[in-house]
Design a protein around this ligand. Structure first.
Ligand code: PFF
Length: 453
């Protein structure tokens, strides 16, 4: 059990705030043209993400076991179809897939602690910063080394158990991370291209909205909130019954969104002030941030601290990615947590080698279309598995659980609150996912043309 409400907020925020906010959000915003993408992402967080996150915490707290066993227990207890348990299984798989590439990028953050600390970026130009990153990507052995180190750290934390391992780690990381992001934002504001960065992120250009942007915004909303795969459900299992789910979830979602927006607002001014390409892809964070700290006094020190914090944020998220599978295996086989952690970590590490090679040796190897192994694993896990998982979680919470559970868990005793919940979890959230999937299948241009008459 978490020791307090605040501890759960920190743990869930530790899961939510991670590479998704600081690394992924800025780069996919860049790739998808800014403004319109950001708006869709915000709408997805509010209308789809928050209800689904509430559903997850609620189901987790009601079942009080790992997601698979929670779904088993709830379906049996309330005589529902056993198929719902698939939500739990799909979550285990999604967590495994996501961690495989997450650990590789976490390794990049590790590597950049050293690169900044040794002053390699002091006074560097944009092309030098880009060159350093490209040279790193071109070296599979070096990437493999950092990938391995990241996985070893994660396995050693999760092996120690939830409260001991997690709480200590999280208590310090989150507040510190906010402070350093604020420093970076301060640099962004004074670097000269803040207006351009701001306009890029918030000017809504509907014509720039594409199928891909729509689809990615939805997938990213799930990824960044850690929902759709049972991670939050697993954490929900440890939430004391007195905690208000609604308030807590809103707090977490707001925190997560603020971090992403601040990261974007810090990074894009640097992009424009240095003539960099906003759509350059996964390297965006690793080029802009060293560049900015390279210009600042004591930049080597602060830059290194920044990447320490990014690494720590990545670790707290990675931990939650393993929790559904870990908790399940421990419950089911009465196995030792540490042993399960090593087995799981090794499997993810092996799969992660595919992502390492996607940036060099296998760059020309395409799984489907033009997708590398990394693109493919990323796409299947977060753009398909998380939204679909979330869709069914919402439906389960809205329609399969009896009213009494809603009353107890959400404190919804009156008909008005209950109706509102039914609308959000039973209609808005699932419909949001379905509409995005449908529009993507039909083609956004066809939909726009239809609306235009
Ligand atoms: N929310 C994390 C991030 O934004 O980096 C990633 C993540 C963690 C996704 C846990 C899913 C999850 F279950």
């Amino acid at each position: 059990m978490w020791s307090s409400r605040w501890m759960f907020v920190l743990a869930a925020a530790g899961s939510a705030v991670g590479l998704g906010n600081i690394w992924r959000f800025p780069y996919i915003t860049g790739e998808n043209g800014g403004g319109a993408f950001v708006l869709i992402y915000l709408v997805c967080i509010a209308l789809v993400g928050i209800p689904i996150m509430m559903a997850e915490v609620m189901i987790g707290r009601e079942g009080r076991q790992s997601p698979v066993n929670t779904m088993r227990a709830l379906t049996q207890q309330h005589h529902r179809h056993r198929g719902w348990v698939l939500i739990g299984w799909a979550g285990l798989l999604a967590g495994f897939l996501i961690l495989s590439f997450y650990a590789v990028i976490g390794g990049w953050a590790f590597k950049y602690i050293l690169s900044l600390a040794d002053g390699g970026f002091t006074g560097a130009t944009a092309s030098q910063a880009t060159g350093t990153f490209e040279a790193f990507l071109a070296s599979p052995w070096e990437m493999l080394f950092w990938h391995t180190l990241f996985m070893v750290v994660v396995v050693s934390v999760i092996g120690r158990g939830v409260v001991k391992g997690l709480e200590t780690a999280i208590r310090w990381i989150m507040p510190l991370l906010f402070v350093l992001l604020a420093v970076l934002l301060g640099y962004g504001v004074t670097s000269g291209a803040f207006g351009q960065g701001l306009a890029f992120m918030f000017r809504f250009d509907w014509d720039a909205l594409t199928d891909r942007a729509l689809f990615e915004a939805l997938g990213h909303a799930f990824f960044t909130l850690s929902i759709g795969m049972g991670a939050i459900m697993a954490y929900g299992a440890y939430v004391p019954s007195s905690v208000s789910i609604t308030n807590t979830v809103i707090t977490i979602a707001v925190l997560d969104t603020v971090v992403a927006l601040v990261a974007g607002l810090a990074i894009f001014p640097i992009v424009f002030a240095n003539g960099l390409e906003p759509g350059q892809g996964p390297g965006l964070l690793f080029v802009t941030v060293p560049l900015a700290f390279g210009q600042l006094p004591l930049g080597a020190l602060f830059g290194a601290v920044f990447f320490i914090l990014v690494s720590l944020a990545a670790i707290t998220s990675a931990i939650s990615l393993t929790e559904p599978a870990l908790a399940y295996l421990v419950e089911e086989y009465n196995a030792k947590r540490s042993r399960v952690a090593v087995t799981l970590g090794t499997g993810c590490w092996l799969l992660g080698i595919g992502t390492v090679l996607s940036f060099n040796e296998w760059a020309e190897f395409h799984v489907v279309g033009s997708m590398t192994v990394f693109d493919f694993v990323d796409y299947v896990s977060q753009n398909l598995m998380l939204p679909l998982g979330g869709l069914f979680i919402a439906l389960f919470a809205a329609f399969a659980l009896p009213k009494s559970v809603l009353g107890n868990q959400l404190g919804l005793t009156g008909p008005v609150g209950r109706k509102l919940w039914l609308v959000l979890a039973g209609v808005t959230a699932p419909l949001g996912v379905l509409v995005v999937f449908l529009v993507t299948i039909i083609g956004l241009d066809n939909v726009k043309a239809w609306f235009a008459g």
